[in-house]
Write a protein that binds this ligand. Structure first.
Ligand code: C2E
Ligand code: CA
Ligand code: CA
Ligand code: CA
Length: 278
């Protein structure tokens, strides 16, 4: 009846309000996370498929919130909608570059560090200044820095983005298209973007063993990437079989739990030493 409906509606209102409140408090706490030292950068190794050599690592943000480690899935949206992602992203970038320099100094290993960049950061008028500042402050060689931009972001304003990527490339910085296969890039768009790398989304890798179609799609993406002159890396590789299939399909690099989950600084340092090249 009418009363039940009203009851349900107020219940719904309540839940909605709580969700909203929760989001606001996440944003509020996130605002102080940098100064409180609650943010950490984890690193996940990337290997060459042919030689198995360690080539670099992707920097992944973590937030130690009230002692609990929180993945960016839980707070990136709040960070983006409030614009907090701009200072957070700058912090990640500088921290990642700083670490890359430390690896080099302490182990003699020269690896690439890949950093995720959100749309909000990219369209910020000071983005390139931020990048220059990180380069200057840390002394990283621009060629050792790679920025990951998701395919869906790449379609919003192709002309502006093309210019921005060109600016990064002028500095020697590498650019990877993240989550490749989940957006709808046209071939002409892909051809016009001055990229270095395509990163095949995990969704295609998880079905590699069971689904013929996924195998075909991945093969197509690898061949397309190579035709455009890009390095192709697969993310979310979890099993030996997936790794084997990717090897047969001619994929260049891999990243995923099969090799290692994202690692905190100390564990990463140990991984680095264990995989050091002479
Ligand atoms: P992403 O860029 O696609 O990063 C890969 C995600 O897959 C990471 O989740 C990683 O931990 C996870 N992953 C890696 N290997 C495997 C695997 O073998 N199996 C499975 N199931 N998962 C795997 P994470 O660290 O929770 O990050 C989630 C997303 O948050 C990232 O997706 C990225 O979009 C965003 N993110 C992370 N750090 C940053 C950052 O510093 N800035 C920005 N703007 N976004 C970030
Ligand atoms: Ca990424
Ligand atoms: Ca990805
Ligand atoms: Ca993804």
């Amino acid at each position: 009846g009418k009363n039940t409906r009203r009851g349900l509606l107020s219940l719904f209102d309540h839940a909605f309000e709580r969700a909203l409140q929760q989001r606001l408090s996440v944003a509020q706490e996130l605002r102080y996370s940098i100064e409180r030292g609650e943010l950490e950068v984890y690193f996940q190794p990337q290997h060459c498929l042919q030689t198995q050599s360690l080539m670099g690592a992707e920097a992944l943000l973590r937030w130690r919130r009230a002692g609990q480690l929180v993945s960016p899935i839980e707070f990136i949206e709040a960070a983006e909608s409030t614009g907090l992602i701009v200072p957070l992203g700058a912090w990640v970038l500088e921290t990642a570059c700083h670490e890359q320099q430390r690896w080099w100094r302490e182990t003699g290993q020269r690896l690439t560090v890949a950093v995720n960049v959100s749309m909000r950061q990219l369209i910020d008028p000071h983005f390139l200044d931020q990048v220059d500042q990180a380069l200057q402050k840390t002394g990283i060689t621009p060629e050792d820095l790679e920025l990951e931009i998701t395919e869906s972001m790449m379609m919003e304003d192709p002309a502006a983005l093309q210019q921005l990527i060109a600016g990064l490339r002028d500095r020697g910085i590498k650019v990877a298209m993240d989550d490749f296969g989940t957006g709808y890039s046209s071939l002409s768009h892909l051809q016009q973007l001055p990229l270095d790398k395509l990163k095949i989304d995990r969704a295609f890798i998880s079905g590699l063993e069971q689904h013929k179609e996924d195998r075909l799609l991945v093969e197509m993406m690898i061949n397309l990437g190579h035709m455009l002159g890009h390095i192709v890396i697969a993310e979310g590789v979890e099993t030996q079989e997936q790794q084997q299939i990717l090897c047969e399909l001619g994929c260049d690099r891999v990243q995923g739990y099969f090799y290692s989950p994202p690692l905190a600084a100390e564990a990463w340092q140990a991984y680095l030493l264990a995989h050091a090249q002479p």
